[in-house]
Design a protein. Structure first.
Length: 171
């Protein structure tokens, strides 16, 4: 489990390391990966621009930003990967859009009984997911969306337990 203190330390390092014009940075950390979402100003379009035009303009800005910053982002990622022993993934926030360019897709082994497998197979057969793996990821995202507050409270409780443990006697 990643503690709030670890998350804050890593976020602090990136806030200091990433150029000011890419700020603020949104840093998310787990056991395998650090995901950095940079920020760039939104595109300036006429007020009557359609949502489709706005989305395409943002996609173009994100693509250009990705290419223009590639070398510097790779250098920062190398430093961070050495320092924190995790892969670094990048994304960009532009307006109300978030684009992730790279990310780790970590395999997770699980044992499911027939009723759970049937749920996954139904999602695959209905075309909601391409595979059982995609179906399981879809289910996890759905739980995260609908139980987000509960998950947040659970993480906060685990952070409190980690804090209390760290204050206890050394083993």
């Amino acid at each position: 489990m990643i503690t709030n203190e670890q998350q804050e330390r890593i976020a602090g390092w990136f806030s200091g390391r990433v150029p000011a014009q890419w700020q603020p940075v949104d840093v998310t950390v787990d056991k395998e990966e650090i995901t950095i979402v940079l920020t760039t100003p939104d595109v300036e379009l006429a007020d009557d621009a359609t949502d489709a035009v706005r989305a395409e303009a943002r996609a173009g800005r994100a693509s250009a930003f990705r290419e223009e910053t590639r070398e510097q982002r790779m250098e920062i990622a190398r430093e961070a990967q050495h320092r924190y022993e995790r892969k670094v993934s990048w994304g960009l926030a532009i307006g109300d859009q978030r684009v992730l360019w790279t990310h780790v897709s970590a395999p997770v082994m699980t044992r499911l009984r027939q009723p759970e497998r049937r749920v996954l197979d139904t999602l695959v057969d209905a075309g909601v997911a391409r595979s059982r793996s995609d179906a399981l990821a879809w289910c996890v995202r759905l739980v995260g969306q609908h139980e987000g507050d509960w998950i947040t409270r659970l993480r906060e409780a685990m952070d409190s337990v980690a804090q209390v443990r760290s204050e206890g006697p050394a083993a």
